[in-house]
Design a protein around this ligand. Structure first.
Ligand code: SF4
Length: 329
C-alpha cells in the first residue's frame, strides 16, 4: 500500500482566461469527469493506496461554476468523512480566491491549495495575459494561509517580458510569502498556444534548457536558503510533450535533475573558489549522487577543468541530512 495522491483532471471548464502559454484548445477537447466518475476513480485508487490525498488539478478549480465545485468536493468529501482519504488538494488562480471560496474549501476538507503565481512582475503577468496582478497573488496566499490551508505556489521563469532579475525577484517575493512548498516550471512553448504563435513570429525568445537550468538553480537557491521545499521542477514528461507538443523552451524529461546539478555545481564552486584545496570530498545524501555528478558526468568534468590541481571525490552518505557537504583537505 502506498501513501499517495489520487489525481483527478478537471480540464479548463470555461476558464475565462487565455494565458498565452496555456494550450486551451488542446485541453478543451478533454471532457470533465462526471461526479460518479470522480467517485469511481477514488474507489479504484483506494485498492492500492493507503489514505491518499485526492488532487483536483488542471484548469482553475475555484473559477468553475460554484455548484459544480460543490459536486466534485462533496464526492471526495464522502471518502474524507469515512476516513479513507487524508485530504483534498486543488490548484487554482490567485484571483479566484475570496472569502466565499475559502469557506467552501474549508467545508469540504481541502487541505492544500496550489496557486499559479507565475510571476510577481505585473508587466510580465500582463504580457502573458494572466489577468491578475502580483498583489492578487499576495492577497490570495495570505488569505489562504490565515485560514489554515497549506499553500503551494507555482512560478514560471522565462515568460514574455521576464528577465533573470525579475524572475529572481519573483522567487524572493514568493519566498517572503512563506509557502509550504513551491513548483518551478520554466517556460516550455507548447503547440496550439498564443505563446507558440509569438515564438514562431519571432516575438518571443524562450529560455533554452541550459539557460533555464542556470536561472532555476539560482531560484532554487532562494528557496533552499529559506527552507521552503521545492516540490517540482519542470513539467512532468509526457509522450505528447516529448513527441512534439513541446515546441521550444525548457522542456527536458529530467529538468529537475538539470537544475539540482547546476545548483550543486555553483555551491561547490563557491567553496572551492576561495580555498586552495589539494583534495575535496563532496558528500551528498542517498539518491543524489547523479545530481552531483551531473548528466553524463558533466559536473565532474567541469570541476576537473576548473580545479585541475584538486583531487575531487564524490560520495554518498545515507545519514547526511544537508543537501551536500564538502570536506576540503
Ligand atoms: S488560468 Fe490556467 S487554465 Fe485558465 S488560461 Fe490560464 S493557465 Fe489556462
Amino acid at each position: 500500500m502506498k501513501n499517495s495522491v489520487i489525481p483527478i483532471f478537471i480540464p479548463h471548464l470555461g476558464c475565462p482566461n487565455a494565458c498565452v502559454f496555456c494550450n486551451q484548445r488542446r485541453i478543451a477537447q478533454e471532457r470533465a469527469p462526471e461526479t460518479h466518475e470522480v467517485k469511481s476513480i477514488i474507489e479504484e485508487a483506494l485498492k492500492t493506496s493507503d489514505k491518499p490525498q485526492v488532487s483536483f488539478y488542471g484548469g482553475s478549480f475555484t473559477a468553475i461554476d460554484p455548484s459544480l465545485q460543490e459536486e466534485y468536493l462533496s464526492a471526495a468529501y464522502m471518502f474524507y468523512k469515512a476516513g479513507l482519504i487524508d485530504s483534498v488538494r486543488l490548484s487554482t488562480r490567485p484571483d479566484a480566491i475570496d472569502e466565499s471560496v475559502i469557506a467552501r474549501l474549508k467545508k469540504y476538507g481541502v487541505k492544500t491549495v496550489e496557486l499559479g503565481v507565475q510571476s510577481m512582475d505585473d508587466r510580465v503577468l500582463s504580457l502573458s495575459k494572466r489577468g491578475h496582478t502580483a498583489a492578487d497573488c499576495e492577497r490570495a496566499a495570505n488569505a489562504l494561509k490565515a485560514a489554515g490551508f497549506e499553500v503551494i505556489l507555482q512560478i514560471m521563469p522565462g515568460l514574455p517580458g521576464a528577465s533573470r532579475e525579475n524572475d529572481l525577484e519573483t522567487a524572493k517575493r514568493v519566498a517572503a510569502l512563506s509557502p509550504a512548498g513551491v513548483r518551478i516550471y520554466p517556460v516550455c512553448v507548447i503547440r496550439d498556444t498564443e505563446l507558440c504563435d509569438m515564438y514562431e513570429r519571432g516575438e518571443y525568445k524562450p529560455l533554452t534548457c541550459d539557460e533555464a537550468a542556470d536561472l532555476c538553480a539560482d531560484i532554487f537557491d532562494v528557496f533552499v536558503e529559506k527552507n521552503i521545499p521545492v516540490v517540482r521542477i519542470g513539467l512532468n514528461p509526457t509522450e505528447e510533450l516529448s513527441g512534439g507538443a513541446a515546441v521550444a523552451g525548457a522542456y527536458h524529461p529530467a529538468m529537475g535533475q538539470l537544475v539540482r546539478s547546476a545548483w550543486l555545481f555553483k555551491k561547490v564552486c563557491a567553496l572551492l573558489d576561495v580555498q586552495n584545496a589539494k583534495k575535496a570530498v563532496i558528500t551528498v545524501p542517498a539518491g543524489r549522487l547523479s545530481d552531483m555528478r551531473g548528466q553524463k558526468n558533466l559536473n565532474v568534468k567541469k570541476l576537473k577543468e576548473r580545479y585541475p590541481e584538486t583531487e575531487i571525490e564524490i560520495r554518498e552518505d545515507k545519514e547526511l541530512k544537508a543537501p551536500f557537504a564538502v570536506k576540503i583537505i
